[in-house]
Design a protein around this ligand. Structure first.
Ligand code: ACO
Length: 380
């Protein structure tokens, strides 16, 4: 009996598992009180300004930033994986043009995994998957626009290749820099909903593709990664600085949630949105003026309506402003988030299986107490 006494007993159900620690991780630290985010101890401001997405992926997968030789090797491994098998391309081409890109990505990843992946998750598989996310997305985008998918450029990195594969033009440096910083900023974020999903699937000893497909499903929802196109819709609907106040007041009065505001963990400014705000100011000065005005007003109105709630702008808000200026259509925003987060998901999957225990929480039963069974013919 003494053994049972030392085991942790069940705790009461927590709404949305808020405040529950579900795993230990050495990947990223989210400090919601002070608005700080680090990957393996490195502040994301430093990483976003100076590193490539590939360097950050190396940091997450291998545990340290690469030296030049290690980076060259990783880039070569990425380049070697940049291809879409014919059967997967056929599936992408067969999708109705009305398919949401997030669904197209989920389908392509799943189809690719069906032939390519088995066994215990490995770093090689993580690289193979992360390298293909931009390809799958760009192939679908080109196809639905009635264009042929393009071949990746061996000399370009992941961010530049993604823009090239979408447009067929070598992208401007400032656009590559903007997208690269975004990919760096979003690569990992503690135990967010999609990462938790990936870790749960990995904990059953399922394969890496199944875990990533499940994570894509979780990211799609507007309360997680599906908000940026809705931010863009909101800014479009507002349209002008003059229209901001009446539009926001009416939305708040209807009890609507303002997209791009609020976060489960950050009770101060999301450090990623601070970094993206600066980028949006440069990449799209015109759009920035309206976005900044709407942000300031929305924060003021939310503060009045929900005093003490500590609602701030989240990462989706300026991402929406910035992505529009890169020429990406609104429904590509969330899958672009997935391109970045694939590095974090796969790093978490590898971390989970390294010291695995099946994730299997309890549920508190609140249904009817035991009832007497009535056979079908006697039920009223
Ligand atoms: N607009 C208006 N009110 C809000 C908003 C918002 N965007 N966000 C939270 N609130 C209010 C809620 O109405 C609630 O008020 P109440 O207690 O008076 O009912 C209070 O703040 C707390 O809200 P919760 O839903 O309990 O907060 P939770 O931690 O579950 O939600 C979430 C976080 C889902 C992100 C929420 O803020 C939201 O819906 N935001 C809009 C969607 C969005 O921007 N999603 C992107 C998230 S960022 C990311 O995942 C990378």
């Amino acid at each position: 009996m003494s053994m049972a006494m030392s085991e942790p007993g069940p705790t009461a159900a927590t709404s949305g598992l808020e405040g529950v620690i579900a795993a230990t991780t050495t990947l990223s630290k989210v400090d919601g009180t002070n608005g700080r985010l680090t990957y393996r101890g490195y502040n994301i401001y430093d990483l976003a300004q100076t590193t490539t997405f590939e360097e950050v992926a190396h940091l997450l997968w291998f545990g340290h930033l690469p030296n030049r030789k290690q980076l060259t090797r990783l880039m070569a491994r990425f380049a070697a994986e940049r291809s879409i098998p014919n059967n997967v391309m056929q599936i992408i081409r067969a999708l109705p043009t009305s398919t949401e890109p997030m669904d197209a990505l989920r389908t392509a990843v799943s189809a690719w995994g069906a032939g390519a992946i088995s066994g215990k998750p490995t770093i090689d598989q993580a690289i193979a998957l992360t390298a293909r996310f931009p390809l799958f997305l760009a192939a679908f985008e080109r196809t639905r626009q009635g264009h042929e998918p393009l071949q990746p450029q061996p000399k370009l990195g992941l961010a530049a290749n993604f823009l090239f594969l979408l447009t067929g033009e070598v992208p401007k440096d400032e656009h590559v820099k903007g997208l690269n910083s975004y990919l760096v900023l979003l690569a990992d974020h503690g135990m967010n909903a999609s990462t938790f999903t990936a870790r749960i699937v990995a904990s059953t000893e399922s394969d890496i593709v199944s875990a990533v497909v499940a994570a894509i499903g979780a990211l799609k929802g507007p309360l997680h990664g599906g908000a940026p196109s809705k931010v863009q819709d909101m800014l479009r609907a507002i349209g002008t600085v003059e229209n901001a106040a009446p539009w926001l007041r009416a939305a708040i009065a209807r009890g609507e949630r303002l997209m791009g505001f609020g976060h489960r963990v950050y009770k101060t400014e999301d450090p990623r949105s601070v970094a993206l705000r600066e980028m949006a100011r440069v990449t799209d000065p015109q759009g920035f003026l309206l976005a900044r005005h709407v942000e300031e007003l929305a924060l003021e109105l939310l503060q009045q309506q929900k005093p003490g709630r500590r609602i701030y702008t989240n990462v989706e808000y300026y991402f929406a402003t910035m992505m529009g200026s890169l020429g990406l259509s609104g429904d590509l925003f969330t899958p672009t988030f997935a391109v970045s987060r694939c590095a974090g998901w796969t790093a978490h999957i590898l971390e989970q299986i390294h010291n695995n225990r099946l994730i299997r929480p309890d549920a508190e039963y609140t249904g009817t107490a035991e009832q007497r069974f009535i056979p079908l013919e006697k039920r009223p």
